[in-house]
Ligand binder design. Sequence first.
Ligand code: HEM
Length: 520
Amino acid sequence: RYRVRRRSIKDIRGPVSPSRLLGHEMQIRHQEEIGDLEFQWARQYGPTWRTQGCFGEDVLWTADPKTLQYIFHTSAYRFPKTKMLEQAAKNISGRGIVSVQGEVHQRQRKIMSPAFSAGQLRTFLPNFRQSAARLSRKWKDQIESSPSLDSAIINIPQMMARMTLDVIGEVAFDYRFGALDDQENELAVVFRDLFLDSMLHPPAWDVLFKATWRYIPDSILHYVRHIPTREYSRFKDFLDTSFRIGKDLVDQKASGTEKGSKDILSILVQSNIAEDAKKRLNEDEMLSQIATLLLAGHDTTANTLVWTLYELARHPEDQQKVRDEIAAARKDVETRGDEDFVPSDFDSMPFLNAVLKESLRLHPVGAVLFREAGGEDILPLSEPLETVSGKMIDQISVSKGQTINVSVCAYNRLQSVWGEDGDSWNPSRFLDSGKEGRTSVGVFANLMSFSAGIRACIGWRFALLEMQAVLSELVETLVFQYPEGMDIMRLNSGMMVPIIRGKLEAGIQLPLQVSLAHGA
Ligand code: HEM
């Protein structure tokens, strides 16, 4: 009888598995700091290695630029998200753009793209700036009411996440969360600590259970969202609440009472109406996009900004350089007679942009992307790889269903791409233009932090402009200092977040000493 032989990746080198049943899964999820193991393995085996998943599955890991380029750019939909990831995304965001695949994804992305055009984005800048100004006002008030009157220790992540939630509410849906003003908004409440509460250090039973999802038919898998444990019920609460509130919002936009509105949902509703009837988003898909944008568009940006302030507090000379650049741009604004920065002003802040890139490089909020081979395929490698049996190979054959974990954090530090100081903070690397010979990979700055290709972050320009707007306000008006002896760790709560070593129970923490900038 003819049998198809699966292509084995057993000859790819990798660490010895600590458990037959769970492989490296628990070790990876419970590692002390996010990325530590991947950095170690990338150093030991090069940018491609193999680990053991649950039930003895061989998992291929890659941080190799040529492989990444092949998977994300060259191969269209040939490397879908794993079924486990697809279902996990559906549990929390429904059938929105993050969780669908192939043609459905292509259809949704086409309808959503107009809402993220450059022209559309410009209209959001005043909102980004006003929200940033409200945040800096809050922190100034905290400083002015502190015992010393000139500085205060402030836990940065808390208010930052509230600000980005307010921003996404307003510009995406014309909806007021009032999060910066401590309002007990229903949606804001189901959102609070959603990921930290549900995804940190998952128990072994759940890791094993999720590993079986690939064998369960979709019609049954759909019901996992009703499992009454902490993770599943928190996600269900969030999704149900966001669908209920979203429905009112969509009805308002569709009824045309808000003609001329420029929020993302209004554009989306219009773009959907303009689409061929057969290709339109149905109600379930439309509501899912609301949950998706809330999730994808708020904590991501907040955390990147938090890590940026962490680095600037640790590198005061760089912080001052950014402040000087902002001051020079401010003079230009005044000379022009404008009230505030316009998008092109941020082009004249090369160091601020380099700082954001370097922060995204060292602290990608999504440290790993999960894919599988949609069919038999051959992955190219940028450098020959020595196998367990001592062969040198320059490509890897994979079978349909082969799990491929993309280590964004390891790629972002790869010495062959970023130089010997790949592990260190050095924003100036982005000021040098000597990039010839590099394999072009990510959608932004050759980084994988916003992913790449047809499934790259749809909101990367949005995030960048928001971060430019917020960082320029905060650094112009405030000075951030790193408290002596504090030890911050990168924790995995589904996203890379900071905590203080030994104080996990305190949750996400980055307390910085904040004072008023001279003249602010
Ligand atoms: C610094 C901030 C951000 C980072 C680092 C980031 C990162 C990413 C990454 C890595 C992906 C790919 C995920 C995967 O393939 O598994 C992604 C997808 C996505 N992001 Fe972002 N993101 C950010 C901000 C935003 C914002 C502000 C929005 C919306 C306003 C947004 C909306 C989305 C959407 C809708 C997708 C799915 C795209 C698709 O599958 O076609 N993101 N993002």
